[in-house]
Design a protein around this ligand. Structure first.
Ligand code: AP5
Length: 215
């Protein structure tokens, strides 16, 4: 079964939701670059100070910062256990760097799952999204609710709404996705690793489709 998985798709398409399901059912590590960067912002670290204005505008954080944060994660990652990598890579250049890092350990990416989503569906989803600032798990107030309203199922932390989910920032994040991240579809197709998933399916049905793609 494939265990080194990239999750691709526009904002709000469900990468984080599937990543959490893969962590639970496949026991892989779920790593969201956006969550790691937001934690740096919370800590007010040097990386966080660099990242904050880019996140607030819905633009990509500079590669130097992203590579430092993600390189640190990879150094400690158990590549035999595997990973669901959510939000990184986000450009072809980032994908080439990741491939280089993994080649050094002879543990390449095995599967890239691409979510398709339209803007209107996504705006509705993100209006109801609540996230855990501690562990990063995501919910939807109606469609994927926590067991106790307003509290994370995993760590009981109070859930929050992300500040970059405002309409104007979200449209910018979509535009960045269209111009900079969408070319990764061709990159992973060229490697024979891309599988496209319909994101309009309910989370459990979509998980079943993803599971089938793991082989
Ligand atoms: P990041 O945190 O990665 O945000 P994103 O990619 O825009 O994706 P989201 O987290 O918004 O959505 P998602 O696809 O995970 O959807 P979710 O599962 O939550 O990045 C934020 C920022 O960090 C970037 O703008 C950038 O500035 C910076 N950054 C990050 N990585 C970077 C990189 N590599 N390089 C440079 N900069 C970087 O689902 C959304 C909602 O829908 C939830 O409420 C969920 O419950 C619900 N839902 C999910 N699936 C379903 C379903 N099937 N049916 C019904 N509801 C569903």
């Amino acid at each position: 079964m494939k265990r080194r998985i990239i999750l691709l798709g526009p904002p709000g398409s469900g990468k984080g939701t599937l990543g959490a399901q893969l962590k639970e059912k496949l026991a892989v590590g779920h790593v969201c670059s956006g969550h790691l960067l937001r934690q740096e912002v919370e800590k007010n670290s040097l990386f966080g100070k660099t990242a904050q204005p880019y996140i607030a505008r819905g633009e990509l954080v500079p590669d130097e910062t992203v590579f430092a944060v993600m390189g640190n994660w990879l150094q400690h990652a158990n590549l035999e256990v595997g990973f669901a990598l959510d939000g990184f890579p986000r450009t072809v250049d980032q994908a080439k760097v990741l491939d280089g890092w993994l080649a050094e350990r002879a543990r390449p990416v095995e599967l890239a799952l691409l979510f398709t989503a339209d803007l209107e569906e996504t705006l509705e989803r993100l209006a109801g999204r609540r996230s855990c600032p501690q562990c990063g798990r995501v919910y939807h107030v109606k469609r994927v609710p926590p067991r106790v309203a307003g509290r994370c199922d995993d760590c009981q932390t109070e859930l929050v709404q992300r500040s970059d989910d405002r309409d104007s920032v979200l449209r910018q994040r979509f535009e960045v996705y269209r111009t900079k991240t969408a070319p990764l579809q061709d990159y992973y197709t060229g490697q024979g690793k891309l599988v496209v998933l319909d994101t309009s399916m309910e989370p459990e049905r979509r998980f079943a489709a993803a599971w089938a793609a793991l082989g």
